[in-house]
Design a protein around this ligand. Structure first.
Ligand SMILES: Nc1nc2c(c(=O)[nH]1)N[C@H]1C(S)=C(S)[C@@H](COP(=O)(O)OP(=O)(O)OC[C@H]3O[C@@H](n4cnc5c(=O)[nH]c(N)nc54)[C@H](O)[C@@H]3O)O[C@H]1N2
Ligand SMILES: Nc1nc2c(c(=O)[nH]1)N[C@H]1C(S)=C(S)[C@@H](COP(=O)(O)OP(=O)(O)OC[C@H]3O[C@@H](n4cnc5c(=O)[nH]c(N)nc54)[C@H](O)[C@@H]3O)O[C@H]1N2
Ligand code: SF4
Ligand SMILES: [Mo]
Length: 714
């Protein structure tokens, strides 16, 4: 029996785990008490890593399709097949004919963040897609346009703040996002224990609201209006306090005039937030020395997500909180992404090209996932003919996944790099299954940049992989050598052989802020290996103006891109909202679309329910537990209704990532707890027109009692 220390990477909290192993099986997974950051905390999902490890449904060798059946093939055969078919498509139709979708787990995967990018970016396709455009894109755009670097994202200094205003996030359940903070519930409680306040602004009185001093309902999709009113009050009441960074701030007057006609009395009808509450919010943010306005996925994935993300950052600047203790701060990570991308195109870009069918803009080299289906199913020059999915399940995760599902069989070729035969990968011609968490080493390359303390941790694999298993990065290197032509393909191959991701990590650690430059005791991979619980590198420190970079030595409060989008927002003021709108929610025992094959996570009562206010239910003849039809412009699904007054009247909420009842998958447990996919109802045409980000919040829907009333639920 041995105990290994590793990291749970199912969500962004990245808790340290202690994994006890006996005879090749996980006996037990606990929180690692000696991890200086997570201190023994884990949520119920961590133990499900054992189910992932031992899941009989998990693929370990490549699968090749023959009609409706699959057979295992050797790796070389699979690589050669994928290589030749993709080369064929590229040869005939050009580089853009091969699309890529990179999903959420890529963010935690050292191999995908290194050699994955060599392959996917190296393909040179304009049809690059990822979870970014169904998630944090607006926040990255704000950092790019206002601070000059899309990866320079501020993190709430939650451990020192005295006012945490939480907009469109539910960290008590999501465990924090762009705020890596193990045991965020304890950190939220500590704010109140030290006399501070937590305020939640959300169309649902959430689990986070239950820990807060105040909760305010806001109508879905109207955050930008609410925020503009806060800006309006800050100027009207002379509450602007630029503080230390004043001389770097530009665009103050532009922002003042932008907010001029959006006073709290004007926006009230649309947002539902009382003018007095808006004034109270503005004054509290201005008058609390250590305060932060934190906006997350609910503010991004909506019709005005771009504007909302701009205004969140702008308000933090106007009130003098940016880069101050207790405010939104910047990390000093051991491997620092900011200088790594500062000189490159990864610094940020918007609209360098547009999607072929609908003309939505490129961002950071990618197109919005909302156009993926139409780019496949709309004939003509430039049509997508082949698709690579890597660590993504876009059939369940992207708006109108049902259309994508209908489009995928029309591809000439599809390959999925994924450990499961799931809702998306079942359409592939070849599935290349990588090793999973406990079979590989881990360093949190990306998310350590967004952590509430500076931390670094390296974990070796818990299990030795079987000889015929491949890591993600090895799969990517093999494909790169077959696809990227002589120059970069050979280079990728040579690099991969000589410099596995760990070696790159070592170089970056040594060159980083705690590396050898800081003297002989600096961080390196071998040093980290001697600290299996990780190292704490201290609290966040003020980093501006240094981090603004030489090309952008200012904080721009009024970028043209946003000012030009304001007329669209003004149009929203008068728009009447009749009927119901749909929002999403996350659940503690659920992790996006892919952990429902763990019995311990799905057991118990059905969780894929539609939350509805009792008044809305009564007027439709619905009672608790009834199955109703939920329909939108995009489609219709059937869902059980759960009544609660914790949701705003006129709003209904369904979690995402369900809908496992599809034929042809190999997910034995999930198939018994299928639920319905919210993304069969979300609408690929309902996006933030500025950024192309999917608008999952505020989708107009109808809910009707089913004629045949199935009152009993399994
Ligand atoms: N309606 C609605 N839709 C949403 C959201 C919402 O709030 N509402 N949220 C959006 C957000 S924020 C996100 S991030 C996306 C997430 O959606 P996706 O990007 O699709 O990611 P997941 O659903 O997590 O699916 C992960 C896939 O990767 C596979 N996988 C797991 N680990 C690995 C690995 O190490 N390597 C490889 N190669 N594969 C692996 C899994 O089997 C699974 O197929 O969903 C979005 N969709
Ligand atoms: N347990 C669990 N944890 C997760 C995940 C998971 O699937 N399960 N997914 C991970 C991922 S990929 C991500 S990106 C993070 C996301 O982490 P969070 O950003 O915390 O996301 P959610 O928990 O979805 O919270 C979004 C909140 O926005 C609210 N909301 C919806 N529409 C609006 C609106 O228009 N305005 C406002 N103000 N609020 C609105 C919703 O009611 C919800 O409470 O969570 C991560 N952690
Ligand atoms: S909060 Fe839960 S899922 Fe997230 S990293 Fe920690 S243990 Fe894993
Ligand atoms: Mo996400």
């Amino acid at each position: 029996m041995t105990t290994h220390f590793h990291t749970c990477t199912l969500c962004e909290a990245t808790c340290g785990i202690a994994v006890t192993v006996d005879g090749g099986r996980v006996l037990d997974i606990r929180g690692d008490e000696d991890d200086p950051f997570s201190r023994g905390y884990i949520c119920p999902k961590a133990t499900a890593l054992a189910d992932l490890q031992h899941d009989p449904d998990r693929l370990r060798r490549p699968l090749r399709r023959a009609g409706d059946t699959w057979h295992e093939v050797a790796w070389d055969e699979a690589f050669d097949l994928v290589g030749s078919r993709l080369r064929e498509v590229r040869g005939r139709y050009g580089a853009d004919a091969v699309a890529v979708y990179q999903g959420n787990p890529s963010a935690h995967n050292l191999g995908l963040l290194t050699y994955g990018q060599v392959l996917f970016r190296g393909l040179g396709t304009r049809n690059l897609f990822s979870a970014t455009s169904v998630d944090q894109l607006p926040q990255m755009l704000a950092s790019f346009l206002m601070l000059g670097n899309q990866v320079l994202l501020p993190v709430p200094d939650i451990d020192r703040t005295d006012l945490f205003v939480c907009l469109g996030a539910n960290p008590a359940v999501s465990n924090g996002s762009i705020m890596t903070a193990p045991n965020v519930r304890a950190r939220l409680k500590a704010i109140r224990a030290r006399g501070g306040q937590v305020v939640v602004i959300d169309p649902r009185r959430t689990e986070t609201a239950a820990l807060a001093d105040r909760h305010l309902f806001v109508r879905p999709g109207t955050d930008a209006l609410l925020l503009l009113s806060i800006v309006n009050v800050l100027f009207a009441e002379d509450l602007i306090r630029l503080g230390r960074l004043a001389r770097y701030v530009s665009g103050v007057d532009g922002l003042r005039s932008a907010a001029e006609n959006f006073g709290p009395d004007v926006t009230f009808a649309a947002t539902g937030v009382e003018p007095d509450d808006v004034r109270w919010l503005a004054r509290s943010l201005a008058d609390t020395p250590r305060a932060v306005l934190y906006g997350r996925v609910g503010t991004c994935t909506q019709e005005f997500g771009g504007l909302a993300a701009w205004l969140v950052l702008a308000i933090n600047v106007l009130t003098g909180h940016l880069d101050e203790p207790g405010g939104p701060m910047f990390t000093t990570p051991a491997v620092d992404a900011v200088p790594l991308v500062a000189a490159t195109r990864f610094r940020g870009s918007l609209g360098r090209w547009h999607s072929r069918v609908r003309g939505l803009p490129e961002f950071g080299g990618e197109l919005p996932a909302a156009v993926l289906a139409e780019e496949i199913d709309t004939p003509g020059a430039g049509q997508i003919r082949a698709l690579i999915t890597s660590a993504g399940n876009p059939v369940l995760s992207t708006p109108n996944g049902a259309r994508l599902e209908r489009a995928l069989p029309g591809l000439d070729f599809m390959v999925s790099i994924d450990p499961y035969l799931n809702e998306t990968s079942r359409f592939a011609d070849v599935i290349l299954p990588p090793t999973v968490h406990l079979e590989r080493s881990h360093y949190e390359l990306a998310l350590a940049n967004y952590s509430v303390r500076n931390v670094a941790k390296y974990s070796p694999p818990v299990f030795e992989r079987e000889p015929d298993q491949r890591h993600d990065w090895e799969i990517c290197v093999e494909l790169a050598t077959r696809l990227l032509g002589r120059g970069s393909g050979v280079l990728a191959g040579a690099l991969g052989r000589r410099l596995p991701p760990e070696s790159l990590l070592d170089l970056w650690l040594r060159a980083g802020p705690y590396g050898l430059r800081r003297g002989l005791g600096g961080l390196s991979l071998s040093r980290l290996k001697k600290q299996p619980h990780g190292v704490d590198l201290g609290a966040l420190e003020p980093r501006l103006p240094g981090r603004l970079g030489l090309r952008h030595r200012r904080i721009d409060l009024a970028p043209r891109t946003y000012l030009d989008d304001l007329p669209r927002l003004r149009g929203r003021l008068g728009a009447s909202v009749a009927g119901l709108v749909l929002i999403g929610r996350r659940q503690l025992r659920s992790n996006n679309s892919w952990m429902h094959n763990s019995e311990r996570l799905v057991k118990g009562k059905q969780r894929c329910t539609l939350l509805m206010h009792p008044d809305d239910a009564a007027s439709r003849g619905l009672t608790d537990g009834d199955v109703a039809s939920l329909s939108s412009a995009a489609g219709t699904i059937e869902v059980p209704v759960e009544l609660t007054d914790a949701i705003m009247p006129g709003v209904v909420s369904l979690p995402h990532g369900w809908g496992h009842g599809r034929p042809g998958t190999r997910l034995g447990v999930a198939a018994n707890h299928p639920g319905a996919s919210i993304n069969d109802v979300t609408d690929e045409h309902f996006v933030d027109a500025l950024t192309g980000t999917a608008a999952f919040s505020g989708v107009p829907v109808r809910v009707d009692a089913l004629v045949v009333n199935t009152t009993h639920l399994s």
